[in-house]
Design a protein around this ligand. Structure first.
Ligand SMILES: [Zn+2]
Ligand SMILES: [Zn+2]
Length: 345
């Protein structure tokens, strides 16, 4: 089969690999129909994710058809169409019993990281019963790839951890795919104001289409002042960090209101200053989280009921044979205006 393989920092290739086989009783083998690229894949290519060794097939998002199941898989049969979760979960370790599947002792985010992933024609999914979801009737399988990772990530790490509430004020720093997914899922809670901050006017225009009540281009370094002015000097109840850089996290520290929440989503590669000299008496809460995908069933139901319309996050489509071109477009999003790229076999 063809697979997109990480070969070490800065190097990746489309290679021929053997089709994976069942190695544990709770495995399933899934033939990939649609997969997508993630900012995290670019982090791996830069060498930022040391757990991912050269030779690894990348990808942790996808939709496919079950081709084979191990003896103990109870919820799925050969031929079923399934959504693949970016997080694998055994269901009975201490973390799983807390629904903290991201820290499952034999799962978590392993796909396309510590085991071979979904940017291939076939993938082995461990703990299949808890790591796959049946595709609901009437739901577009293309749109479903957005539920493997970015929608649950944005909802759980950003919106739920940030306690977005009816009538509250929210700032989302970063209008990439995850920031825009936070914008979509924040609206499930009817906040009064959602301010989106980015450096790219094209992405800010998309944010307004997706429901941002105002946007701020932070290129002039004045974003904190602009947001404080807009909120009457109070700041925002929830500041969601969806970039993963020191400057964007520090912006959250500058704009969070007394009693507010800073909810981090971004993958941080370097240290960030925590300004306790300014925050010690502000009654704020700061949260970090790796997505647990504990909201995936709810999001599937919302999608099925058309209460969530994320399909326009998919901006580009490629055939699997052209996945290297898909990586080019994704890595140069400022020029290509790519958000999520659908790659179909
Ligand atoms: Zn991802
Ligand atoms: Zn577990």
């Amino acid at each position: 089969m063809k697979a997109l393989v990480y070969l070490g920092p800065g190097r990746h290739a489309l290679e021929d690999r053997p089709v994976p086989v069942i190695t544990a009783a709770d495995d399933a083998i899934v033939r990939i129909l649609h997969t997508t690229l993630c900012g995290t894949d670019l982090h791996i290519l830069k060498g930022d994710v040391p757990g991912c060794s050269p030779g690894r097939i990348l990808g942790h998002e996808g939709v496919g058809r079950v081709e084979a199941i191990g003896a103990s898989v109870g919820l799925f049969s050969v031929g079923d169409h399934v959504l693949i979760s970016c997080v694998s979960a055994c269901g009975h370790c201490a973390a799983c019993r807390l629904q903290m599947y991201s820290h499952c002792t034999s799962g978590g985010w392993i796909l396309g990281n510590r085991i071979d992933g979904t940017q291939a024609e076939y993938v082995r999914i461990p703990h299949a019963d808890l790591s796959l979801y049946a595709v609901p009737k009437g739901v577009s399988e293309e749109t479903l790839v957005l539920l493997s990772d970015i929608l649950p990530t944005a909802l759980e790490c950003g919106v739920l951890n940030g306690r977005v509430q009816p009538g509250s004020t929210v700032a989302i720093i970063g209008a990439g795919p995850v920031g825009l997914a936070a914008l979509l899922t924040a609206q499930l809670f009817s906040p009064l104001d959602i301010i989106v901050v980015d450096l790219d006017d094209g992405r800010l225009a998309r944010a307004r289409e997706f429901g941002a009540t105002s946007t701020v281009n932070s290129a002039d370094g004045m974003a904190a002042g602009t947001i404080l002015k807009r909120t009457g000097g109070r700041g925002v109840d929830t500041a969601i960090e969806a970039v993963g850089l020191p400057a964007t996290f520090e912006l959250c520290e500058q704009i969070v209101a007394a009693g507010g929440f800073i909810a981090n989503i971004g993958v941080h590669g370097v240290k960030v200053d925590l300004h306790l000299e300014k925050l010690w008496d502000r009654n704020i809460t700061m949260t970090t989280r790796l997505v647990d995908t504990s909201s995936t069933t709810m999001l599937l139901n919302m999608l099925g009921a058309q209460k969530l319309q994320p399909e326009s996050l998919i901006t580009h489509r490629f055939r699997f044979d052209d996945i290297l071109a898909a990586y080019e477009a994704f890595a140069h999003a400022a020029q290509s205006h790519a958000l999520k790229i659908l790659v179909s076999t």
